[in-house]
Design a protein around this ligand. Sequence first.
Ligand code: NAD
Length: 496
Amino acid sequence: MEPNMTTTTQNVPVYQNFIHGQYMPNQTGDSFAVKNPATDEVIYRVEVADEAIQTAAIQSAKQGFAIWSAMTPIERSRILLKAVSLLRERNDELAQIEVLDTGKPWQEAQCVDVQTGADVIEYFAGLAPAQVGQQQMVGNDFYYTRKEPLGICAGIGAWNYPLQIACWKSGPALAAGNVLLFKPSEETPLGALKLAEIFIEAGVPAGVFNVVQGAAEVGQWLTGHPDIEKVSFTGEVGTGKKVMSSAASTLKDVTMELGGKSPLIVFDDADISDAISAAMLGNFYTQGEICTNCTRVYVHRNVYEQFISELKTRTEQNIIAGNPMNPEVNLGALISKPHQQLVMDYINKGITEGARLLTGGKALSPDSAPNGYFVAPTIFVDCSDEMTIVKEEIFGPVMSVLVFDDEQEVIERANNTHLGLAAGVFTKDIQRAHRVIHQIQAGICWINAYGNSPAEMPVGGYKHSGIGRENGIETLDQYTQTKSVYVGMNKIDSPF
Ligand code: NAD
């Protein structure tokens, strides 16, 4: 399926919105540019979902819902599994889109982004036919419950894992019989269009997965629309609050996958090499643009010097920044120039507030990608809990290392934040590992591991990091509503 490939004066393709099984031109002609973060070049433009597109999207979603929700779960499952096969077949083509849109390394996108997206659709396709209601006798009467879809749902995505987020939202939504209007981030809008093409090719009826393009104003239209029953949002805490208050005006159900400032706690009996691997993965993978990152690394005083010395060596020796399409490169470019500046501002604040810079601390201009928005992997040590870099989400390759002495002390310090997305503990003492994790206020926790997020495991935040969950069995429930049906078996006993 060919998108509208009209080109602009910049000689780049222009992608349209994807409505009712095909690309649809808007009426205003408004479009926005998308840049490759590794080159600073405009690579394509995308038409904004104007009023004509918005009206068509809702009409189409209603038609799509009538067909899709009437199918049996096993029929829906069969179609979704075809989409999974197509995603896997096109892994490399889709991974390349993600690299060009996000700036992340090919070596990651090629084995993570598409596959973890496909896994989740496959998981929910498998679960859907197994969803059952309840039945209970009440005297001679009885009631039963039906798990019914919600209707039209909206998904709003962030830019760090664009295709994966589109899959994580569409998988459970569609498996449960809903339709989804998806708005990707305006920084990374292409992957969702490719997913829409794949769904159609697999046999998903037109209107079941529409893609509307644009920034905040298109998001606001979705969150306020009276015909939309639920919004699943991934993005910043501040935006999440706006989305939730807008959704409240029409009492929409919400799922909120928001930011974090997660702790990693390394006890003195830990496998230090593994703990360093986890700290590096949880700060430098995807150039630090991962919501669950362990940006506060608490290390026990007995192993602190050893930890930071090996961490410095490995960071300086093993990280290669450059053209993200080069398979050797393992540190890509940040999403945009303003974001690069924001990360640099945080680094400068760290220095001003007295953190000791162990390594990094500067923007990079690698030979193979001199115009990209790179920031060197940066480690601050001897940090204190009050520093801005320790308190606020930076969303870049910036790690803060802190020293601790005592288990209870570190638990309290780890919990001393309004965020609660993730946490990790490294220790060989299994009782301590569970005891500590059980006291940590976070929704996604790892023991002697960090960052793994299989489709089977529910993920989501405590406190301001989120509401609801993605993945895992419970997410399917969050895309259904329960209908109770009472069945009278006796003659009605009435005073009238
Ligand atoms: P963002 O909040 O700026 O934007 C997210 C999406 O919201 C975009 O599609 C944007 O166009 C849209 N949007 C902006 N204003 C809106 C409004 N008023 N109403 C409706 N939609 C609106 O976030 P971002 O910069 O794209 O992503 C980075 C953030 O996402 C980080 O904070 C990160 O932690 C978080 N994140 C969380 C998870 C998770 O699963 N918890 C996953 C990935 C990213």
